[in-house]
Design a protein around this ligand. Sequence first.
Ligand SMILES: Cc1cc2nc3c(=O)[nH]c(=O)nc-3n(C[C@H](O)[C@H](O)[C@H](O)COP(=O)(O)O)c2cc1C
Ligand SMILES: [Mn+2]
Length: 492
Amino acid sequence: MAVVEQVEREAEFAYRGLRGWLETVAAMGQLRTIQGAGADEEIGAAADVLQHHEGAPAVLFEEIPGYEPGFRILVNALGALDRIALTLGLPTGRSKLETADAWRRRIKDLKPLPPREVSDGPVMENVRRGAEVDMTVFPAPRWHPGDGGRYIGTGSFDITRDPDDGWVNLGTYRVMLHDATRLGYYISPGKHGRLHRQKYFDAGQPCPVAMVFGSDPLLFLASCTEIPYGVSEYEWVGAIRGEPLEVIPGPVTGLPIPADAEIAVEGYASPTERLPEGPFGEWTGYYASATRDEPVLHVHALYHRHRPILLGEPPGQPPDEQARYRAVLRSALLRDELEKAGIPDVVGAWQHEAGGSRLFTVVAIRQRYPGHARQALHVAAQCRAGAYAGRYTIVVDEDIDPSNLEEVIWALCTRSDPATSIDIIQRSWSTPLDPRIPPDQKARNDFTNSRALIDATRPWEWRDRFPPVNVPPAPQRRAALQRWAHLLEPPR
Ligand SMILES: Cc1cc2nc3c(=O)[nH]c(=O)nc-3n(C[C@H](O)[C@H](O)[C@H](O)COP(=O)(O)O)c2cc1C
Ligand SMILES: [Mn+2]
């Protein structure tokens, strides 16, 4: 398998903020602009088509009927590997495994860089407070036909502060429009924003929240990735960019808001108020959590740029757009966490797109001692980047490309023994969104699931006597490919 050996240069960012990102993507020829599509059905259906065609362009919808012509929605921003690499400040034109590996080296040993407070910025171009707040001016689409409402928050993030130690977290959690000033938001148990919120609610206090709908796509990617507990996504992105992000302390809550955000709100969620939220078509490919009573954010202030751009990241049946970018980011994190847990000789890891980049995890190791494979399996299934909503974790030998589904299945079919190669873990961290948790179990608020951990490596004890693989050695294969490439081209 291909491993990039050379040390990556410092990340280089070809853009600044969402507006700069759009200019760069337009210059790459990967941005289309469409006028006149409707938010009720058309934009959601278009997003579904685009995100199920890998490499399709990013599309900016404007002049949406019923809304101010300049109020826009961007979809499929990250639906191509080159745009993912651009966003991460990495070289384009690489394979997805190489991109993930470059990212892994980039995020290793980051020194958090706190944001810089500024008093003004583009997000404050339009300010509405109190009775002037109206969230229905934004063209929030009905993304999937069965959605229980319009979701303004998909490519968004919530900003919260830990009341005990001041840690500021950014997390992407879906947001539904209830009406002009109320937003319903769903956070799965165990997520950082939920842990923060629970501390306020347990003390009988309202939880201050700022939400951002449309921002620097790198900040969005950080917000929807399993960055460690206690680390602020602001500081993490600052470290990656090598310069502090500019934030404005929110006049209502004091929470830091990105100065160049497209749309931001501030307000409070009451510890007692709940309104029905959902159903929403989720990343598993199902409307899995039905309609539930969820907390409500009362918007006290709304800020937006001129001609604001809502970032739309609707989940779909995997492999979809989010499965692709999350595979790159989460696979990098997984490998990093395996190394930090002291597992030697991990040569690759992949969170497969077909499993929504969560349900099907593969780790490749160069086996060094008896028990090494099981150790890698159990850690991969339970570390932060692998634990939530997992199902199958597989370990393979180093000759298998963990990102190549066919190679993985071949290893599974030929090197594992179902009677002895599978460990089951019970009661693991899953989610109300898990379609395979039985309804009566969900009704008991039990959102745990089981995991199959499959050892698909050659058994350590007799690995030297395992039948040899019948393909030519890699250099010979590469040479043959060069020599015979003309046979693979379509006839002229
Ligand atoms: C498009 C998109 C939508 C998401 N929606 C939700 C959601 O509604 N609720 C949730 O708990 N997690 C959601 N996630 C996953 C979280 O963003 C992710 O677990 C992230 O790590 C959460 O931040 P935290 O680690 O700071 O809690 C979503 C992710 C993406 C990419
Ligand atoms: Mn976090």
